[in-house]
Write a protein that binds this ligand. Structure first.
Ligand code: RB5
Length: 142
């Protein structure tokens, strides 16, 4: 199960990503927002982060206008490793090296075609489980 959330700045891209998740038969839970009315991105970042820490969802996708506010917020939650990606190389590397559990996207930055490729790369790339990467991830939390 994938947790997904956005603010108004990410709402339009989220609608495209939801269609893409349905096409690839990936189950998701949408934590809002549910329209383009102005709203506060920390609310959705915290809801998606909680769903992952609770074990309700394995990975998350967060979208705001730039992807920055929502990633700053998510990364303040212990145990969350949120990666703001604008390319597939970074999306692959952050799963392999950082075991990132949330992908952040900027709805005003990336187009929907690229965003869906980034989503595929993020969701389909496993953590490497390399000792050096495990050690570095533990150091983040100290
Ligand atoms: C909303 O206008 C915008 O500030 C928000 O979506 C995001 O880009 C913040 O980082």
């Amino acid at each position: 199960m994938i947790a997904i959330g956005s603010d108004h700045g990410g709402y339009a891209l989220k609608q495209e990503i939801l269609k893409h998740l349905e096409a690839r038969q990936t189950e998701y839970k949408d934590f809002g927002c549910y329209d383009e009315a102005s709203c506060d991105y920390p609310v959705y970042a915290k809801a998606v982060a909680k769903a992952i820490l609770d074990g309700e969802c394995e990975l998350g996708i967060l979208i705001c206008g730039t992807g920055i506010g929502i990633s700053i917020t998510a990364n303040k939650v212990a145990g969350i490793r949120a990666a703001l990606c604008t390319d597939c190389f970074s999306a692959e590397a952050t799963r392999q090296h950082n075991n990132a559990n949330i992908l952040c996207l900027g709805g005003r930055v990336v187009g929907s075609g690229l965003a869906c490729k980034i989503v595929d790369t993020f969701l389909d790339t496993p953590f490497s489980n390399d000792e050096r990467h495990i050690r570095r991830i533990h150091l983040i939390e100290e």
